[in-house]
Design a protein around this ligand. Sequence first.
Ligand SMILES: Nc1ncnc2c1ncn2[C@@H]1O[C@H](COP(=O)(O)OP(=O)(O)OP(=O)(O)O)[C@@H](O)[C@H]1O
Ligand SMILES: [Mg+2]
Length: 223
Amino acid sequence: MEPIIATQDLKKIFRVGKVEVPALRGVDLVAQEGEFLAVVGPSGCGKSTLLHVLGGLTSPTSGSVFVDGNDFSTMTDSDRTRFRRHKIGFVFQRFNLLPTLTARQNINIAQHIQGNGYNPHRFDAVVDMLGIREKLEYKPYALSGGEQQRVAIARAVICEPKILLADEPTGNLDTENSQVVLNMIRALNRSFRQTILMITHNPEAAAVADRVVRMRDGRIVSD
Ligand SMILES: Nc1ncnc2c1ncn2[C@@H]1O[C@H](COP(=O)(O)OP(=O)(O)OP(=O)(O)O)[C@@H](O)[C@H]1O
Ligand SMILES: [Mg+2]
């Protein structure tokens, strides 16, 4: 079986004026469809950069990235954008909900952008799994942090992306809400066989994953 994610000698060097900042120094990562990976490591070791490259938000400096059979290096920017909308869901530490829209509208906007229209079955399945049905008409200011993050997860997965990329999804949550959000992510992985790559500083979060990938100084040091 072909892996859903495969990188080879992936490097990313940021240039800030004359200074070069090597964020990724040769990452080889392979993930199979349906796997749940936690990515851990000290601040600045390149975790978010890796996630952004895998999601097509940032281009690598060198090395290859294959996601779901697509070679990023041969894709144009607009191909990559289209690919991202259809195949990848993102969840960030800050919930990034649009403040003037209700929870329902925030979730639906993803389907609207993707252009596949509203799928009521998927909407119901995701909303019920995440336990946010009673909160759908609320705007973000009236939701707790955990609820906002569950809405953000709903938005990320509503279009049935094959891959969910989450950057410290529990980073702004208390222990109880973290546990709820983690259970939801785990359930998505189990029920929809969604491949998940989750960056975390939280040992409990890493413990729910199938695999823990440790990074340091732009490299994977254990897997
Ligand atoms: N746009 C950028 N321009 C310049 N340097 C950057 C940029 N983005 C990241 N870096 C640098 O690349 C390195 C890796 O950053 P990255 O955000 O991937 O770390 P991280 O592992 O996610 O850290 P944290 O746990 O603090 O979020 C850091 O040294 C950072 O300063
Ligand atoms: Mg980061």
